[in-house]
Design a protein around this ligand. Structure first.
Ligand SMILES: [Zn+2]
Length: 321
């Protein structure tokens, strides 16, 4: 079996692709995500699968379709327990899609799909055990242990953004306090940059930019980081230190050979990885005796969701053939 279809339902767009067995995209499609309405999202996904199957690159008929979405998805890759952006509650999405499009459909968490893509075809392809943290607006997590995607007993595992880092810390959207997401995400970077701007001193360029544009956003802070502004670099460094601290705790549990960092903030590259490595070593239990993993930036960037979703569908079909 050569080709599979991968669909990634994001907050703003639905991306789809035909992906070959080496993880290469041979055709792709995208539409805006209909706001909030589960039925409209389902209709768009069905239409996209139809278009991709009819594509001239869809040789020999494509049976397997993998769909990635944010939320809790059961270990059978079938039911969406809960999605933050769409009104799915215990939604039997796989069953509904299979009834409408035929063939085999599997559903996975979007961070899991991105992590699986890196493991198979990107920055994690040379290791058996890998942790991926996707640093976007929030923090997504994926764990590969002994060459297998770790989903947990109910399918809701690897929610690494909600690892508690600071007892009694900043309130999180999940209802708890002090989660990694509040200290290691793109949103956290903006908060830290704002605090540095308020403090004056090295924050002067950040404060000027904020005054000019009304508020700081990822692109503005990213440009200042690229320009070597000391305030913006300090914010990035703080972010990296929190991520490194979280990685040390994750190492104690999972002992991965490699940590992979993806998402918008990861374009900072080595500037992000350096404070992560330093904080990791500082907080690593049994430092000096624990073999050290390496820390790298994701390679697949925007395509990881669709590539991973397609490959997870292919793997499912192979395992159930
Ligand atoms: Zn949380």
């Amino acid at each position: 079996m050569a080709h599979a279809i991968g669909i990634d339902i994001g907050g703003t767009k639905i991306a789809g692709a035909i992906v070959d067995e080496l993880g290469t995209i041979v055709a792709q499609d995208r539409v805006p995500t209909p706001a909030g309405d589960a039925r409209a999202v389902e209709d768009e996904v069905v239409a996209m699968i139809g278009r991709l199957r009819a594509d001239e690159h869809a040789t020999g008929g494509i049976d397997a379709v993998g769909v990635a979405a944010a939320g809790f998805i059961d270990a059978a890759q079938s039911t969406v327990y809960y999605a933050p952006n769409i009104d799915w509650r215990n939604e039997p999405f796989r069953e509904k899609l299979e009834a409408r499009v035929g063939g085999t459909v599997v559903v996975d968490n979007d961070a899991n799909a991105a992590g699986w893509a890196e493991f198979r075809f990107g920055a994690g392809r040379l290791v058996s055990d890998m942790v991926m943290l996707t640093i976007g607006t929030g923090v997504g997590g994926a764990i590969v242990a002994s060459d297998r995607l770790f989903r947990g007993g109910f399918g809701a595992g690897a929610e690494l953004g909600h690892l508690r880092l600071v007892p009694g810390g900043i309130a999180c959207g999940c209802g708890q306090h002090g989660c990694l997401e509040q200290y290691g995400s793109g949103r956290a970077l903006l908060r830290m940059a704002g605090e540095i701007a308020d403090a004056g001193g090295i924050g002067q360029a950040l404060a000027r930019t904020r005054a000019e544009h009304g508020k700081l956003d990822g692109a503005l802070v990213g440009a200042l980081i690229e320009a070597g502004d000391p305030g913006a670099l300090t914010a990035l460094r703080q972010l990296g230190q929190w991520l490194g601290q979280a990685a040390a705790s994750l190492s104690a549990v999972l002992d991965p050979q490699r940590f992979v960092f993806g998402g918008g903030v990861a374009v900072a590259g080595e500037l992000l990885l350096q404070p992560i490595r330093e904080a990791y070593l500082e907080h690593l239990p049994a430092r000096g005796y624990h073999p050290e993993p390496d820390f790298v930036i994701a390679e697949l960037v925007n395509d990881a969701g669709v590539v991973g979703a397609a490959d997870l569908a292919r793997v499912w079909v192979e395992q159930h053939a």
